[in-house]
Ligand binder design. Sequence first.
Ligand code: PLP
Length: 417
Amino acid sequence: MSTRMPGRNFLFVPGPTNVPDRVQRAMMVAMEDHRSSKFPELSVSVLTDLKKIYKTESGQVFIFPSSGTGAWEAALTNTLSPGDKVLASRFGQFSHLWIDMAQRLGYDVEVLDVEWGEGVPLERYEQVLRADKRQEIKAVLACQNETATGVTSDIGGVRRLLNDARHPALLYVDAVSSLASIDFRMDEWGVDLAVSGSQKGLMLPAGLGILGVSQKALKAMDGAKSKRCYFDLADMIKANASGYFPYTPSLPMLYGLRESLNMIFEEGLETIFFRHHYLAQGVRAAVLEGWQLKLCAKDPKWYSDTVSAVMVPEGINGAHVIDVAFRRYNLALGAGLAKVAGKLFRIGHLGDLNELMLMGAIAGAEMAMLDVGVRVAPGSGVAAASNYWRTHDPVPKRKVSREQQFYAAHSTGSIQG
Ligand code: PLP
């Protein structure tokens, strides 16, 4: 006999996120010939529409049958040569893993270690870049949203300091847990390589590594001597030109992506960013005002709108909270990783979500914390989040058109006649 209660599992890890029913249905397809004359309709439409998500007109977007880690590798190996100098900062498990990959691929990485809970150290980047008079640094890496600590960094700021230092290095950004949920502006910020994956803001299962590449980065491919094969952009460019892939693509994932893009455009990217901020603010109210706990993010300027890492009090193991939430309440919370293992749990608030879904996560986390001895006031998290959401707009205020004014006036009877 199963001890699990009926009803849905509450999935609140910061990826994979909840896949909307519409997307799940769109993925239930019979297999097709990926070399048919019809196939390019689908591939070209998703590749073109992903550019809107990246906010790029001049760049090109690629889809690999991989996770985000594959897109990390594609970004580095297509544009660098072994021994090339790379500047990167480490402030969480994901910024660490990208650095680790760059080192294992044979690049010479200058690592700026930052306290976990802070983000990309702009001033230190600026010092290093200005000191690099011979412009030996070829790549500058920045993790826009460090999922392990719930910290968002200023990518426009990295571009500004590269420009101010007149430094020609390519800018590589990890947008895995930010794309389609926190604003990302590939062209405006001059991002050269923008890495993402399918299982976060795009609301799909894991399985697609997505990479935005600027024209400058495409040119850098010619001189890049790193070995590459499966992730060689040259093969992808050749096949994509006629709407095909150099190997067998995952059809259900592409159909799912088509539907998730439809949903994103129906809601509107800016409205999605607004919703993520609004939902995140409610979660932060629960943590800070309700439970009176701390976030891992050290300062409001680092707060992430897609994931909150909640510090548990001394003497409590965060893994215990997560385990009780999962086994007793069917709620999946994110674990503390590496340096912060046991010290926190994470609530993912990205993708297909609304207030009451998040209320389930807040209530469940609160119950699990009480069960393992965290002295939070029962109901306090839910009350604080509810106060926030009840008193704030969930969508941006729109300018009211003349037509809407006319109908509004008619419906209140203020126009006679
Ligand atoms: N970068 C960030 C910020 C992530 O959150 C993740 C995964 O959670 C990755 C990279 C790695 O992506 P994947 O697990 O899809 O390979």
